[in-house]
Design a binder for this molecule. Structure first.
Ligand SMILES: NC(=O)C1=CN([C@@H]2O[C@H](COP(=O)(O)OP(=O)(O)OC[C@H]3O[C@@H](n4cnc5c(N)ncnc54)[C@H](OP(=O)(O)O)[C@@H]3O)[C@@H](O)[C@H]2O)C=CC1
Ligand SMILES: O=C(O)C1=N[C@H](C(=O)O)C[C@H](O)C1
Length: 268
């Protein structure tokens, strides 16, 4: 069956990559392209974003755009994703959410909506990062005592949220594995006379610059040795391929909240 996929934030960095991925998928068709009201590309042919006109005009009319769509792929901003979510919920359109930077309340709203339509949400849709999340559980179990845990991430100069959604997920997985609570144990950057490191903390360091697609490193630092586990994305195509895979996965589910481990068939 050909899946009808709508893309939100169509003129954005991920939006363009998603348009290309859908264009190249013989089992999917672009059903709509959305962008923000006032965006320069509203009314233009979405295919122009990838040099292949397709007759689908970029629109800010969410409801009309989604009326003939099976799935919406959304890599935008939290407030936009929630506006799209409300319409997806109403129309029963499935949703792949790549947006990061949600508050706890916003995440709860997404979870509630998943009782009415199927949703896949992941801060990082690359296969590599989702394998890294699994490796981390093993490493954290073995390195619980005597190793300080720090998470370092670097992204391009245009990124608006920090730490990255992926870095936060890495921290959550480590905290869950070790029975710790990231809400109390996270330290987001250090400055001045900080005192010695509290062993139960999980530190985060954020760098921004240039065109870095997405680098993440988890450091387990002990006395006499240090383990570093890294993932470096060199192209956004890896995220778009994950989103496309997730869209097809949702085709088989009516409701529920899923993550990339479900999509990839990896053990929970
Ligand atoms: N899960 C994953 O694997 C990945 C997640 N991401 C996340 O995806 C999101 C987007 O990243 P990126 O593509 O680089 O960002 P961009 O800024 O390049 O694109 C965002 C798009 O969303 C649109 N937008 C912004 N606000 C609204 C709004 N209120 N209503 C409708 N549309 C809106 C923007 O329009 P305008 O330009 O007019 O503001 C733009 O087209 C981020 O949260 C990022 O962290 C990124 C890569 C991978
Ligand atoms: O904004 C980005 O670019 C990215 N955001 C995601 C995040 O916040 O983790 C994933 C990826 O690293 C790129």
């Amino acid at each position: 069956m050909t899946l009808r996929i709508a893309v939100a934030g169509a003129s954005g960095r991920m939006g363009r990559e998603l348009l290309l991925a859908v264009h190249n998928d013989e089992n999917a068709v672009l059903s709509a392209a959305l962008d923000r009201a006032g965006n320069d590309f509203i009314g233009q042919d979405a295919g122009m974003m990838i040099g292949a006109p397709n007759g689908i005009k970029i629109t800010d009319d969410i409801e009309s755009a989604l009326a003939n769509s099976d799935v919406l792929i959304d890599f935008t901003r939290p407030e936009a994703t929630l506006a799209h979510l409300a319409i997806c919920r109403k129309l029963g359109v499935k949703l792949v959410i790549g947006t990061t930077g949600f508050s706890d309340e916003q995440k709860a709203e997404i979870e509630a909506a998943s009782k009415e339509t199927a949703i896949m949400m992941a801060p990082n849709m690359s296969v590599g990062v989702n394998v890294l999340l699994k490796l981390l559980q093993q490493a954290a179990k073995a390195l619980d005592e005597g190793y300080d845990i720090e998470i370092v991430e670097m992204h391009h100069r245009y990124k608006v949220d920090a730490p990255s959604g992926t870095a936060l997920r890495l921290g959550e997985v480590i905290a869950d594995t070790l029975g710790r609570d990231l809400k109390t144990d996270a330290v987001y950057g250090r400055e001045g006379v900080t005192g010695e490191r509290d062993p139960k903390t999980i530190g985060f360091a954020t760098m921004r610059g240039g065109d870095v697609v997405g680098d993440h490193t988890v450091v387990f630092a002990g006395i006499g040795e240090r383990i570093e586990i890294s993932h470096k994305a060199s192209s956004r195509a890896t995220f778009a391929q994950g989103a496309l895979r997730a869209s097809h996965f949702l085709g088989n589910n009516k409701t529920g909240l899923f993550d990339m481990h479900d999509v990839l068939g990896m053990e929970k």
